[in-house]
Design a protein around this ligand. Structure first.
Ligand SMILES: Cc1cc2nc3c(=O)[nH]c(=O)nc-3n(C[C@H](O)[C@H](O)[C@H](O)COP(=O)(O)O)c2cc1C
Length: 258
């Protein structure tokens, strides 16, 4: 295990993996420790699906748009927000379960997200490399079909996992004052907001992205190239429709999504 002091200071996302096998027993041990993460009401509103079998991995990587980490990793983990198991248990025990709604979805997302990061932290401390795959929600319906997810189960976290074949890129963070407030939300002036992003804008790799994309500044790269409005809106529509199909939206809302 890595020394926590060094680990937290130096951790990086890894997107290239060696061919070395990740023993199933190691993954099992990581998952056994990770489920000690806090969980809403101790209901454990998640299911982790481990994908190792090459043909399934290939299909799943394709659903992640074959982004390098997904295509390269020997193990893919999909963490689903899951109220199915709990609801079935309630039904079998004659309890009137009311978890087919958006609030319950957010509880399950919190559980699944906390678990995903707990898995990543433990895996990285064991020397493995990990990469979150945000495409899990971008393409949730296709991933859901591949993994045969039933009602009240939605994939919300995904990790590519393997032995690192690279160190990972160094990344910058905003100054602490940008992300931590004392007692109340700060009222930043426009000038102060620009100052909070100054070091990010001046970080050499970020200046490179601005140039590569022919943009004037980094904000434009984020808002117009990486995560453009049109993409956000169309993927939101797909995701809302899928949430309705999975039973997490109230009827009126679900009817609107049809
Ligand atoms: C919700 C979430 C989604 C992410 N999705 C992706 C992804 O789809 N592909 C990828 O290569 N990295 C992804 N990442 C990793 C981030 O790009 C990475 O954490 C960030 O650039 C900071 O780099 P670092 O983790 O090396 O510090 C994601 C991270 C999070 C938390």
């Amino acid at each position: 295990m890595k020394n926590p002091e060094n680990y937290f200071q130096s951790r990086r996302t890894v997107r290239r993996f060696s061919g070395r096998e990740v023993p199933p027993a190691l993954v099992e041990s990581i998952l056994e420790r990770a489920v000690k993460a806090p969980t809403c009401g101790n209901m454990q509103l998640y299911t982790v699906i481990v994908t190792r079998e090459p043909a399934r991995r290939e299909a799943l990587a394709a659903a992640h748009f074959n982004q390098p980490a997904a295509a390269d990793a020997p193990v893919l983990l999909t963490v689903c927000a899951d109220f199915n198991r709990f609801t079935r248990w309630c039904a079998l025990r004659g309890a009137d379960a009311g978890f087919d709604n958006f609030l319950s979805f957010t509880s399950a997302v919190a559980d699944a997200t906390a678990l995903t990061q707990q898995i990543a932290t433990i895996a990285e401390m064991e020397g493995l490399g990990t990469c979150w795959l945000g495409t899990v929600t971008f393409n949730a319906p296709a991933i859901s079909k591949l993994l045969r997810l039933p009602e009240l189960v939605v994939p919300v976290g995904a990790l590519a996992l393997g032995w690192p074949a690279e160190e990972g890129e160094e990344t910058e963070r905003l100054p602490m004052q940008a992300v931590v407030a004392q007692e109340e939300y700060p009222e930043w002036s426009d000038g102060e907001v620009l100052r909070l992003f100054k070091s990010k804008e001046e970080y050499a790799p970020n200046m490179g992205y601005v140039k590569e994309n022919g943009k004037d500044n980094l904000a434009q790269v984020f808002a117009e190239v990486r995560y453009p409005r049109s993409m956000n809106e169309s993927l939101s529509e797909v995701f809302l429709k899928y949430l309705a199909e999975q039973g997490f939206l109230p009827e009126a809302c679900a009817a609107e999504q049809k």
